[in-house]
Unconditional design. Structure first.
Length: 272
């Protein structure tokens, strides 16, 4: 595997996954709902999902983001492409649950000094955790897509969220693309100056990869300092007085919130 080329592919993919297309201008269900109602519903279903420990219940609850996406004219391919990798990462870090959860043993692997056993209870917890992560990420993705990132920040400002927190979200989102572009230019320069005869992983390739990461951290830090100083010289302030003028509540907003929350609660009660 050629390390620089594979890393460039990962960087390009990560930028396309985080980039939020302008879908908030479409005339869909969530775009026509009061932004505050969208936020309340999203927070409720995400918090409520933490208390669901039944895999069939979670699987049924996961239908809600798909229904809202279709009603909001958000392409399902877009929703899946932006959320599929997060639960994959969650599954990777939750692998120890399979072996440390006591219960009925399904698979046993004997090694020289230790034994690993996978239990049915471990598989259940592993599956519930992974599906729950996808549901939370999909709900947040729909919220951001339906409102737009800038509109969401203005909504938080209208709710008296501290300006430091809002600017932290804003700068993190914007600095991500600055960092990605820095990585891309760095890797292109590395490939232009390096000839690799074999496309295999070896000690020299790993050493070069470590050097790239070390130089990247330093270069990204210096770039962030220059960007911040440029923003300050143009009047940037941590205080944010731009707030979103919320539209008045309508009966349709209340009907939407009550319908989603009621459906969620009924699904939870069905599996108790």
């Amino acid at each position: 595997m050629r390390v620089p080329q594979s890393l460039r592919d990962i960087v390009d993919s990560s930028e396309s996954l985080v980039y939020i297309e302008d879908l908030s201008s479409k005339r869909g269900l969530m775009q026509s709902i009061n932004p505050l109602v969208n936020l309340i519903v999203a927070v409720f279903i995400i918090v409520a999902s933490i208390f669901i420990f039944s895999l069939p219940c979670l699987a049924l609850v996961c239908v809600i983001p798909f229904i809202l996406a279709v009603a909001s004219r958000v392409p399902l391919r877009y929703l899946l492409s932006r959320t599929i990798w997060i639960p994959a990462f969650a599954a990777l870090i939750s692998i120890p649950i399979l072996f440390i959860t006591p219960g009925q043993t399904i698979v046993i692997a004997n090694f020289r000094f230790f034994t690993l056993a996978i239990t049915s209870e471990g598989i259940a917890k592993f599956s519930v955790f992974t599906v729950r992560v996808w549901f939370c990420v999909a709900s947040l993705t729909l919220l951001v897509v339906s409102l737009g990132f800038d509109k969401l920040l203005k909504l938080l400002a209208s709710l008296k969220i501290p300006a430091v927190v809002i600017q932290l979200f804003s700068l993190t989102y914007r600095y991500f693309f600055v960092s990605v572009h820095e990585v891309q230019s760095f890797l292109i320069a590395k490939e232009a100056r390096t000839y690799i005869h074999r496309y295999t992983m070896n000690y020299q390739a790993l050493k070069d990869f470590a050097s790239i990461l070390a130089a990247l951290f330093i270069r990204t830090y210096e770039r962030s300092e220059r960007v911040y100083l440029a923003m300050k010289s143009r009047g940037f302030s941590i205080e944010n007085d731009h707030k979103l003028a919320l539209p008045s509540f309508r009966w349709f907003d209340a009907f939407f919130a009550v319908s989603i929350i009621t459906a969620f609660v009924l699904i939870m009660l069905l599996f108790i």
